[in-house]
Design a binder for this molecule. Structure first.
Ligand code: NDP
Ligand code: MG
Length: 385
């Protein structure tokens, strides 16, 4: 029985994680769950999964949740960052599945690592912001970071049993998002609703916008560097619209190993929880007679400059990736609120990067400060425009 804390149980990854737990009640237990503000959904989750703890990040929502708990319910309700830290370090849990959106996941993830909990990591912004610190802490504490992101799960599986020194290149596949094949002039006036329509995956709003700008792939290139210890030059991105090949590893003898499957996030979620074992599922199987077309093409960096910005930040090192992430979180939010246009996203991110003085070997406190300062800087830029 694996005992799990879920950070972000009401989101796309969180609810799919609970589905994996629901289907395998004798293998997994949700000891703690958490949300930002969705009282209605977490209440249903409490009733179904009877976790020991539930965290509502927003304090007023935690109070509301307490008042709604059914009589006799033993779930303890906590709130804020203290609540997230507590459920990340409980004695009785084995693994923390990080599925909050944004770098808000960084502090609880560090807390879980210091408490020697394995991490099933969906929350990529954490590694983008502070990958070096997180991986170092994981190593020092003997903790596994198991990727949930489908591309990284695919790479992880393609590396199984191989020697690190034989790896020549990691090849991340990208669906291309809803605007694949479009040009800049087609996209200048697109709306958030068009950007939110992903062809292959049903995901949270922030990652859906990131997929439409290809920033998601940029964040994943950075995530891959930290997870697998590979330099930016040795991480390629190839657009593969069918999302069947989830990613690949090329070896120095020219061999390429890939992981394939139907697009279903429950598979990488489950694998992160069962690794190194596998478990029976009723998920859709690939039918190669039907999946007759697997196509691959070069990403269009002119139309989607965010991917290029991410590579540049990774190559520049220091704290540029923390700025990239913070600026992106703000502009995506502003775009979702209809306050800026699609191409304002890379524009403001670039302005934040140009204004940044990078620090080498930054501490967690320095990174958290850079994150806050960047958010304020970008908000001001937008307000003054
Ligand atoms: P969602 O927006 O669907 O869910 C986010 C979750 O985090 C919700 O439970 C939300 O609570 C909670 N949350 C949001 N803000 C806060 C906060 N300030 N404090 C505490 N909890 C908060 O996101 P996704 O599930 O799509 O994505 C989660 C992470 O996984 C992201 O980092 C994403 O990049 C990554 N990922 C997602 C994939 C996907 O298919 N969705 C694929 C690969 C990676 P509430 O419901 O109350 O708002
Ligand atoms: Mg992904």
């Amino acid at each position: 029985m694996k005992k799990i804390s879920i950070l972000g149980s009401t989101g796309s990854i969180g609810t799919q994680t609970l589905d994996v737990i629901r289907k395998n009640p004798s293998d997994f237990e949700a000891v703690a769950i958490s949300a930002n503000s969705n009282v209605k959904m977490i209440l249903e989750q409490i009733e179904e999964f009877k976790p020991k703890y539930a965290v509502m990040y927003e304090e007023s929502k935690a109070e509301e949740l307490k008042s709604l708990l059914p009589k006799g319910c033993e779930t303890e309700v906590l709130s804020g960052m203290e609540g997230l830290k507590k459920i990340s370090s409980l004695d009785e849990i084995d693994v923390v599945l990080t599925a909050v959106v944004g770098m808000i996941g960084l502090v609880p993830t560090m807390c879980a690592i210091e408490s020697k909990k394995d991490i099933a990591l969906a929350n990529k912004e954490t590694l983008v912001t502070a990958g070096e610190l997180v991986m170092k802490a994981a190593k020092e504490n003997g903790v596994k970071i198991l990727p949930v992101d489908s591309e990284h799960s695919a790479v992880f599986q393609s590396l199984n049993g191989e020697n690190k020194r034989d790896v020549e290149k990691i090849i991340l596949t990208a669906s291309g998002g809803p605007f694949r094949g479009k040009k800049k002039e087609d996209l200048i006036n697109i709306t958030k609703n068009e950007a939110l329509k992903h062809p292959n995956w049903d995901m949270g709003r922030k990652i859906s916008i990131d997929s439409s700008t290809l920033m998601n792939k940029g964040l994943e290139v950075i995530e891959a560097k930290w997870l697998f210890g590979v330099e930016a030059e040795d991480i390629d991105v190839v657009v593969h619209p069918q999302s069947i090949v989830h990613s690949m590893v090329q070896y120095r003898d020219s061999s390429v190993i890939a992981q394939l499957g139907c697009p279903d996030m429950r598979l990488p979620i489950q694998y992160a929880l069962t690794y190194p074992d596998r478990m029976e599922t009723d998920f859709e199987r690939l039918d190669f007679r039907k999946a007759s077309q697997l196509t691959f093409e070069e990403p269009d960096l002119e139309t989607f400059p965010c991917l290029k910005l991410a590579y540049e930040c990774l190559k520049a090192g220091g704290t540029y990736c923390a700025v990239l992430n913070a600026a992106n979180e703000i502009v995506v939010n502003e775009f979702l609120e209809d306050r800026i246009g699609f191409y304002d996203i890379p524009k403001y991110i670039k302005m934040a990067l140009d204004a940044h003085e990078s620090i080498e070997n930054a501490t967690l406190e320095q990174i958290l400060k850079i994150d806050l300062d960047t958010r304020e800087y970008v908000k001001k830029l937008i307000d003054n425009n």
